[in-house]
Design a protein around this ligand. Structure first.
Ligand SMILES: [Zn+2]
Length: 82
């Protein structure tokens, strides 16, 4: 999931990345919202944080299930060994 990875790696950078398309987001001071320059998504700081957290949870769950699959494959492989 390269889009999500680049999104997460940009955390702490000067500008947040769009959770939808990974595009650059610019801050609109008067409206106090972030606007994606790529897809036009408008989010408040709170919504951005919420979306980032749900993406992180999704990502963690996915890596957990991938690790489990790998572990099961590895254990199954051992059984077939000498
Ligand atoms: Zn976008």
């Amino acid at each position: 999931m390269p889009l999500l990875l680049s999104y997460l790696q940009n955390e702490g950078g000067s500008m947040p990345r769009c959770p939808e398309c990974g595009g650059k987001m610019i801050y609109n001071r008067s409206a106090k919202t972030y606007i994606c320059t790529s897809c036009g998504l408008v989010l408040t700081r709170e919504q951005l944080d919420e979306m980032r957290e749900s993406l992180l949870r999704e990502y963690e769950e996915e890596s957990r299930s991938k690790a489990k699959e790998y572990l099961e494959w590895w254990l199954g492989r051992e059984e077939h060994g000498a």
